[in-house]
Design a protein. Structure first.
Length: 139
């Protein structure tokens, strides 16, 4: 299990109940909440505005890097998928799955954590640039 990176952003409130909404758990009893990937990625919800945005931090450990020491692209793509999925599920109040995911990489991610801010833009999912932790941050 990866150690908690230094300088990881902290949540704006306690989100331990985020996945325990009876409207979702009672209506969809077979759906696993939180998703297994949430635990596997050691994700933390930093902020949530229903129907608008979600901010999630993903610690990056050595096990998630490629042979040159940067974050493996498939892992980064799964971070996007997890964050978008949580936002859609929480906003639409029903299970959602990814039909198509296309990611174009601009540069390697050399970081200790990734913070992603998916948001809803006129009914379409859109993503703000991810913040890259561990010395470099971008908005």
């Amino acid at each position: 299990m990866a150690k908690e990176p230094k300088n990881v952003p902290t949540p704006d409130q306690d989100y331990t109940e985020f996945f325990r909404n009876p409207e979702l758990t009672d209506k969809y009893p077979g759906v696993k909440l939180p998703p297994a990937t949430f635990a596997a990625h050691q994700e933390k919800i930093l902020a949530f505005a229903p129907g608008q945005s979600l901010s999630v931090v993903f610690p990056v450990g050595e096990a998630q890097t490629n042979p040159v020491g940067t974050l493996q692209g498939g892992i980064l793509s799964s971070f996007f998928d997890d964050a978008f999925g949580m936002l859609c599920f929480a906003s639409l109040h029903r299970p959602c799955v990814t039909i198509d995911l296309s990611v174009n990489f601009i540069r390697p991610v050399e970081t200790r954590f990734v913070r992603h801010h998916p948001r809803d833009v006129q009914g379409k999912r859109a993503g703000d640039p991810s913040d890259l932790g561990g010395g470099s941050q971008r908005r």
